[in-house]
Design a protein around this ligand. Structure first.
Ligand code: 6PG
Length: 236
C-alpha cells in the first residue's frame, strides 16, 4: 500500500485540511465506538496545528491523547513533548481529553518501558489517528538510524509498544534519553499522517519513498508497509 500524498500551496491550507481530517476521524470513531485515541508527534510543525483543534466540538472526555515519542525530562521541561501538547492542544474544550504520558519515575529504562506499556494498554486501539514528522536524517518518532537498539523498535513481532532510546550522539536541540513508540504500535492506527514542510523535506521524502532500508531511514518502516493507511501532507 503506497503512501498517499497531499500537497498544499500554503501551510494555512495544509493545517485546515489536517484539522478537517483529524476531527472527522475522531468524530467517526467516537460515534462508532464511544471512545477514540490520537497519537501526537513532537517537533516544530504540529505546534501550529494543535491550537486549531482545541476548540472543536467533539466529546473530548472520551478521547485519549498520547505522544509518538518523548524526551525523558520532567513534564514541565521545555523539551517535553507532553508539555507542548498540554499547552497547545489540551486547552479549551480539548482540556477534557485524557492524556497518557510516556515518561515514568523508573530509573532503569527497561522498568520505564514496562510502566509505560501498562499505561498504554488502557488506550482505545487501533488509534483513530497518528501524527508523525520526519527529521532531517529520516527519523520518525524517536526511531533513529544511529540507535544501536533500533531493531527492537522496528521488529513487527516484538509485541512491544514502546522502547527506551539512548543515543551516543543525540540531536543537539534535544540531547535527552527518550521513549518512543515502536513501529508496530505506530502502525496500530486507522490512519497515519506524516506532516512535512519545505523543499528539503520534500526531497528527503522522495528519497525515503524510493528506497527500502528502514535501518538507514526509519520513516521507511511507516511508508513501506501493508498494515496502516498513510498520508504524507506537505506544504512549502
Ligand atoms: C520529536 C519528534 C520528531 C519530529 C521530527 C520532525 O519529538 O523530536 O516526534 O520525530 O517529529 O524530528 O520535526 P519537525 O516537525 O520539527 O520537522
Amino acid at each position: 500500500m503506497a503512501a498517499a500524498r497531499r500537497q498544499f500551496s500554503s501551510r494555512k491550507d495544509m493545517f485546515q485540511a489536517l484539522r478537517d481530517t483529524i476531527l472527522e476521524r475522531l468524530r467517526n470513531k467516537l460515534e462508532a465506538e464511544g471512545k477514540a485515541s490520537m497519537v501526537c508527534s513532537g517537533g516544530s510543525t504540529p505546534k501550529m496545528l494543535y491550537p486549531k483543534l482545541s476548540d472543536a466540538k467533539i466529546d473530548w472526555s472520551n478521547v485519549w491523547v498520547t505522544v509518538s515519542d518523548e524526551r525523558l525530562v520532567p513534564a514541565h521541561h521545555d523539551a517535553s513533548n507532553e508539555k507542548m501538547v498540554r499547552l497547545k492542544l489540551l486547552q479549551d474544550r480539548a482540556s477534557d481529553a485524557n492524556f497518557v504520558p510516556l515518561i515514568s519515575n523508573d530509573r532503569n529504562p527497561r522498568d520505564a518501558e514496562k510502566t509505560v506499556e501498562e499505561r498504554l494498554a488502557g488506550m482505545p486501539r487501533p488509534h483513530a489517528i497518528t501524527l508523525l514528522g520526519m527529521g532531517d536524517d529520516g527519523h520518525t518518532a524517536s526511531l533513529f538510524s544511529d540507535d544501536p537498539d533500533l531493531q527492537r523498535g522496528l521488529d513487527m513481532e516484538s509485541g512491544r509498544n514502546v522502547k527506551a532510546v539512548v543515543l551516543k550522539d543525540p540531536p543537539e536541540e534535544a540531547p535527552y534519553p527518550r521513549m518512543t513508540m515502536t513501529v508496530p504500535a505506530l502502525l496500530n492506527s486507522d490512519l497515519i499522517i506524516v506532516i512535512i514542510t519545505g523543499d528539503e523535506k520534500r526531497f528527503l521524502m522522495e528519497h525515503a519513498i524510493s528506497g527500502e532500508d528502514a535501518t538507514q531511514m526509519p520513516i521507511r518502516a511507516i511508508l513501506h508497509q501493508t498494515r496502516a493507511n498513510v498520508e504524507v501532507f506537505w506544504a512549502p
